[in-house]
Design a protein around this ligand. Structure first.
Ligand SMILES: N=c1c2ncn([C@@H]3O[C@H](COP(=O)(O)OP(=O)(O)OP(=O)(O)O)[C@@H](O)[C@H]3O)c2ncn1[C@@H]1O[C@H](COP(=O)(O)O)[C@@H](O)[C@H]1O
Length: 109
């Protein structure tokens, strides 16, 4: 990877926080989506997930890159709107590092 994904997500997260705080729905897509409520953000995330799956199955790489970007962008909005951060997600992923998915699942039961 040529650039740390954390830099990209951190920059995006900071912009999203600014837009949510400013609440300028007329000029900001993030603020306009947030103004429609958490359910609308979640619905949009679901739509982007479906579009990413369709792009993956069709084996169209540029389309998948675009849809994956849309998916992560909207997940970033949902996380921020809930008051969570990418650092929290990273910490959970790091905690799982080296842990078998089967072991992880069994430990939750
Ligand atoms: N990464 C994005 C980004 N990706 C997509 N979009 C917008 O998200 C909207 C929805 O994308 P879709 O492809 O689903 O478009 P659509 O099918 O027309 O969907 P609908 O809008 O009709 O629901 C479009 O208006 C896109 O322009 C984005 N808008 C903003 N960002 C980032 O968010 C930052 C803040 O943006 P503002 O809040 O607009 O200032 C920007 O600096 C960017 O870094």
């Amino acid at each position: 990877m040529s650039k740390a994904i954390g830099d990209t997500l951190g920059r995006l997260e900071a912009v999203i926080h600014d837009r949510l705080a400013a609440g300028e729905s007329d000029t900001s897509y993030v603020a306009s989506l947030a103004a429609k409520g958490r359910g609308k953000i979640a619905q949009k995330l679901g739509e982007e997930a479906v579009e990413a799956v369709i792009a993956a199955v069709s084996e169209d790489d540029p389309e998948l890159i675009g849809e994956a970007s849309d998916l992560i962008f909207h997940l970033s909005i949902l996380i921020a709107e809930r008051g969570l951060t990418w650092d929290m997600i990273a910490a959970e992923l790091d905690r799982r590092d080296g842990t078998s998915g089967h072991v992880e699942k069994a430990s939750r039961q």
